[in-house]
Ligand binder design. Structure first.
Ligand code: PRX
Length: 641
């Protein structure tokens, strides 16, 4: 039986899109009608972008875990919900059927309750990619606690900032995590994050690497012991907490162009519908397929397309602990063959990095189970697209280029696999319900004349169900960041082209946010971290094209004294500082020591010039006459690293 809201032809897409615009309430009510609600909503949508205030399915009551787990039990209790592949191919893999996953989620939900976690409490989750991470996330959702997953690559300081911002009293972590040949001491990072913290009452530690950890009496508990206690108490099923459609489901921190990362808040009803709707349509999921999304659950992609999307659709989701290049660059291909993966979803940076190993790691790999390929997180260059198409998809798998953001909850622009046209490098068409607009700097809508392709800043006119509702604890920040640049519109921060067919090509960020290996990093954040180093007077950070990472981080640093004698050492010290303050992912690829920065008379750094120099485009730097000291530009040009 065809899925009730799966779009199967281009014509159907056009009809659905049309209906979603002329009658959004009717359109989304029909989709929402296919989910489990404890109480039906009173109103589909209520919104204004001035405050901003967005409410979807007002008055509706539900629990997302009933939609992701309980409702599948009748028909697919024994079907794998999660297939787990460990970091090392020599270790045993694990399978959690829907029945088993529900049992484990209930059991851990009891653990959380036993330790005082209540509806609305924030639980910080800092774990490696093991099934217990999925269990912890879903257990929070089960009891209505708000999960805030922090990627395992972030530093103690970053965790401390996030804990403070979310006022989190509970943490779930692991002793350590395996990532390729590395063993990351997660609990020890948490211990550092908790120095001086007085709000965290309880840390639950799951065993993975059994690296030595310090367990603090009265605060730290072992996952395994707590689970056993629940068993001994004879506790099994736990009734899901009834949530309002607009109750927060999770917070996920992401970088912006200013200040510290923002806690993007998603809510239960709208997010669930969107995760599910986009999973079913964009990937064209068919029952029985094995879906492999290579993202980490610490990022939005993992939330939506490892957990909530696939599970709400009753799919089998493959979760991988390791990295693509260890023990060798054939790891992904081995996994695809081992599990007969049908849908493979990864980042362009991973494809480019694997391309670098040539086709040898693909030798002897069948990959014949693959039906759909996808990319996410950054623009894909045509060379990588064709390599993916030819060597991985063997030219028989449609490739979806999915554009979206932490704030959007799920895909907003993408072709539908095999259903709507694919164009290399183009994300193509918006999902139903999405009214995209391109505007110029003054906020004026860019309208094409005839068949021309136009460009502008990408904005959205009206809400879709999974739009962020606020930034945790600071609604004004949400307003100024997303809804104030262009009045009455959500501003994505991205630039885009639109062609005569209405297809979009995302050209990249137009604000001071970098996209390094598909990870968002704010230049201001990196500068603040560099400036924390004792010898640094000032710094300016820009992006530059990087063959594998998409963008690399280039830092111009004014250092007190003369670093030339020990330049390499100072560089390393600065990198260490950035690792400490943010995490290794934010380490600059290049550091150039300078004696001054190009500034306007009002003291503003002219990043445009720095960007051009970092890009190697030194001939045409544009107008430098407004600079306080134009001479500094020559020096910077000559010292380029
Ligand atoms: O610049 C866009 C880029 O990634 C940004 C969002 O980053 P994040 O919130 O970390 O979420 C990444 C995973 C959804 C966007 O503002 N981006 C994401 N997908 C694409 C993309 N750029 C081009 N093409 C894409 N498919």
């Amino acid at each position: 039986m065809p899925h009730p809201y799966q779009i199967r032809t281009f014509e159907e897409y056009k009809t659905a899109y049309q209906k979603s615009i002329t009658d959004p309430d009717g359109f989304w009510a029909e989709v929402a009608g296919h989910f489990l609600w404890r109480r039906k909503w009173d109103k589909v949508l209520e919104w204004n972008f001035t405050e901003p205030r967005v409410e979807w399915f007002r008055g509706g009551k539900l629990n997302i875990t009933e939609n992701c787990l309980d409702r599948h039990i009748a028909h697919k209790a024994d079907q794998p919900a999660i297939l787990w592949e460990p970091n090392s191919p020599d270790e045993h893999n694990r399978t959690l059927s829907y029945k088993k996953l529900l049992e484990k989620v209930c059991q851990f939900a009891h653990v959380l309750k036993n330790n005082g976690v209540k509806k609305g409490d924030r639980v910080c989750i800092y774990m490696g990619m093991i099934p217990e991470l999925a269990i912890a996330v879903l257990a929070c959702a089960r009891i209505g606690a708000i999960h805030s997953v922090v990627f395992g690559g972030f530093s103690a300081q970053s965790i401390a900032d996030r804990l403070a911002d979310a006022q989190a009293a509970f943490i779930v972590t692991c002793d350590g995590a395996y990532r390729g040949a590395k063993d990351i001491p997660l609990k020890s990072v948490i211990d550092d994050a908790l120095i001086g913290n007085s709000t965290v009452k309880c840390v639950i530690v799951c065993t993975r690497t059994r690296t030595p950890v310090s367990m603090l009496k009265g605060r730290d508990l072992w996952w395994e012991e707590e689970m056993k206690r629940v068993e001994e108490q004879g506790l099994h099923f736990i009734e899901a907490e009834e949530m309002d459609a607009e109750d927060p489901l999770f917070i996920l921190y992401t970088s912006g162009s200013t200040g510290k990362p923002k806690g993007v808040v998603h809510t239960c009803g709208g997010y669930m519908i969107w995760a599910n709707y986009t999973f079913i349509n964009v990937f064209q999921y068919q029952p029985g397929q094995i879906h492999f999304c290579t993202a980490d659950i610490g990022w939005i992609t993992g939330h939506t397309y490892i957990l909530y999307g696939p599970l709400s659709a009753g799919a089998t989701s493959l979760m991988f602990e390791g990295i693509p290049t260890w023990p060798d660059a054939g790891r992904f291909w081995d996994i695809i063959d081992k599990y007969k993966v049908n849908i493979f979803y990864t980042a362009p940076t991973a494809i480019r990095s694997l391309m670098g190993f040539g086709t040898a790691p693909l030798q002897g790999k069948s990959l014949s189970s693959l039906q759909v390929l996808g990319t996410v997180g950054e623009p894909i260059n045509e060379e990588a697209w064709h390599w993916y198409d030819e060597h991985v998809g063997k030219k028989k798998c449609p490739i979806i280029d999915t554009w979206w953001q932490t704030e959007t909850g799920g895909c907003l622009i993408s072709n539908f696999a095999g259903v709507t046209p694919a164009v290399p490098g183009w994300a193509t068409l918006p999902m139903p319900g999405l009214q995209m607009v391109l505007v110029d700097e003054n906020g004026k809508e860019v309208v094409a004349e005839g068949d021309e392709t136009v460009s502008g800043n990408l904005c959205i006119k009206a809400p879709w169900p999974a739009i962020l509702r606020t930034t945790y604890g600071d609604h004004e920040r949400c307003r100024t960041n997303y809804f104030a640049t262009y009045s009455g519109m959500y501003f994505t921060g991205d630039g885009a082209l639109r062609d005569k067919n209405g297809f979009y090509r995302i050209t990249g960020r137009v604000d001071d946010v970098l996209n390094v290996s598909g990870h968002r990093i704010g230049t201001a954040e990196v500068e603040n971290a560099i400036n924390m180093h004792a010898g640094v007077i000032e710094s300016a950070v820009v992006g530059y094209p990087h063959e594998i990472k998409g963008q690399g981080i280039y830092a111009y640093v004014i250092y007190s004294g003369n670093p030339t004698h020990e330049e390499e050492l100072v560089r390393k010290d600065i990198l260490q500082t950035v690792s400490r303050i943010i995490g290794a992912i934010a380490k600059p690829d290049k550091i150039q020591f300078v004696t001054g920065l190009p500034k306007t008379r009002s003291g503003k750094i002219m990043r445009r010039i720095l960007r051009k120099i970092a890009e190697g485009e030194t001939a045409n730097l544009g107008d430098t006459s407004t600079l306080l000291d134009p001479g500094v530009v020559e020096e910077i040009k000559n010292g380029k690293v």
